[in-house]
Ligand binder design. Structure first.
Ligand code: HEC
Length: 111
């Protein structure tokens, strides 16, 4: 059995294997799962305070503060140096919801 790390507290290189696709409600974005997706697939190129991501190839998402729809579209179609369909399906939903939820919020206590 593999124990999924519940807290991504490690700074730096966590090489987590594929996550188990949770047999949850499909279509419901899972913010926690989205964070995991972000760390694996996006943090390389994007800065996002909540994920302690410091990538600089793409825009700083804390500054951009994209909506979930905007993230979803970008992930699907790519653009610039960002390849399309890095993640798909539920993972794309999750990461879009996650980014929209946390972008610009690191250190901000406003709800
Ligand atoms: C290989 C590097 C790379 C990876 C990996 C990457 N991006 Fe990007 N991303 C970019 C670049 C470069 C841009 C700027 C694209 C442009 O200028 O058109 C960008 C742009 C964006 C934008 C802004 C779109 C807009 O409307 O302006 C969002 C949102 C985004 N990425 C989200 C993500 C998410 C979510 C992931 C992970 C699933 C991800 N990116 C993975 C490089 C990357």
């Amino acid at each position: 059995m593999l124990a999924l790390p519940l807290v991504g507290g490690c700074n730096g290189s966590t090489t987590t294997p594929e996550p188990e696709p949770d047999a949850g409600s499909q279509g419901e974005p899972d913010i926690a799962a989205g964070r995991d997706v972000f760390l694996r697939s996006c943090a390389l190129c994007h800065a996002l305070g909540d994920a302690q991501a410091v990538g600089t190839l793409g825009p700083d998402l804390d500054q951009l503060r994209p909506t979930a729809e905007r993230v979803r579209r970008q992930v699907r179609t790519g653009g610039g140096a960002m390849p399309p369909n890095i993640v798909e399906g539920q993972q794309a939903e999750d990461v879009a919801a996650y980014v929209a939820e946390v972008a610009g919020r690191a250190g901000d206590d406003d709800g």
